[in-house]
Design a protein around this ligand. Sequence first.
Ligand SMILES: [Zn+2]
Length: 418
Amino acid sequence: MAETVYVQKFEEFFTAKYKKELEKLAEFYPIKRSLNVDYKTLEEYDIELADELIQKPAEIIESAVEAVKNMSVVSSKEEPVVPHVRFFNLPNDYTLIIKNVNSSHLGKLISIEGVVTKITEVKPKLVNAVFECNHCGRIYTIPQEDTTGKIAEPSACSCERRSFSLMTEQSTFIDTQKLEVQEPLEKIRGGEISRKMSVIINDDLTNLIIPGDKLMITGTLTLKAPKFKTAVYDLFIDANHTMKLSKEFEDIELTEEEEKKIKDLSKDPKLYEKIVASVAPSIYGHSEIKEAIAMQLFGGTPHKVKSDGMKIRPDMHILLIGDPGCLVADERVALGNGAIAKIGEFGSEHLEKIDVDLLTGQGRKRDTATIFHAYRNQPVMEIITESGKSIKGTYNHPLLTVKNRERTWKRLDEMKAG
Ligand SMILES: [Zn+2]
């Protein structure tokens, strides 16, 4: 519940510090519908209110929204402006690394830095549920404030029955998306596992984030009810504000000095070796794997242009494959341009003619695969590595293995656990 005292405080604060931002927001409302408030500005203006925001964010944020409503800001279309109020730039004490988030932060406003590893589709979430009594037809509107995903129903109808139907047409929904973020690798020490955290974003924050984005997320640490009855709960962050920290390629501005360095490097006869060596420099050896990773960073040669000017996907740079043993047809291989393809897509008939460049794993030697070998009904085995990756192939398929810094090709049937 929004308390009058907080609503009043926010009205004063917004009038003093956010008049211009509100006017600008009104101009673009409802396309833009978030008022982003710098925590430091609030803290300077009213340190008590700022502290209350950290301690009980749900109530305080609601009060901030009420305050904007009371200020009767109208959009260019004469609609009342009722934006989300989103806060960023929390003090260091509440800007945490995921590892340090614990139950003492429950229900509080915190910020975490994370790299997005997964993101779901945008899904509608019920905000105001309209129920109809199945017996007398009375209508009830129940705001859905529970963040755990349970639907709040009317407790009982005035006809004393307790059977209701949800009327989706009359109910209101908000777009939500669930993210999984991981501790940025530079924040963890060697050997430590990078922790993960689920984050729920809503409305105008959705559809802007892609996996790989580095974000500063500010939100309320919330409990997620477990699917099965157990005393251990999962945590997630109900996000109030997200800010991208990673730069897009186009945003990178080169200094003259950097440009000169790049140009000098392009004339270096050892450039190729240097690029390969720059992949995971702290890891010893694995030069073939590093070469393959380096090649994946570059596309193939884009020389194929159709007569009508349409560009065709360039030839792939690499194909990691073993020979003469085989991977099964649905085993995926990494190609240049970051694409993943199934071997079965290259051919299906035994001794079919194909033309695929491949990396053999023997130093710089490269071969072109010209004939597709298909052996039906061979016994296959699957190997699952510690990281959960698996590979399926015939028993005699060689795998590059590393033992005591020595690289050897091993047949699948020679591999054993450990
Ligand atoms: Zn009823």
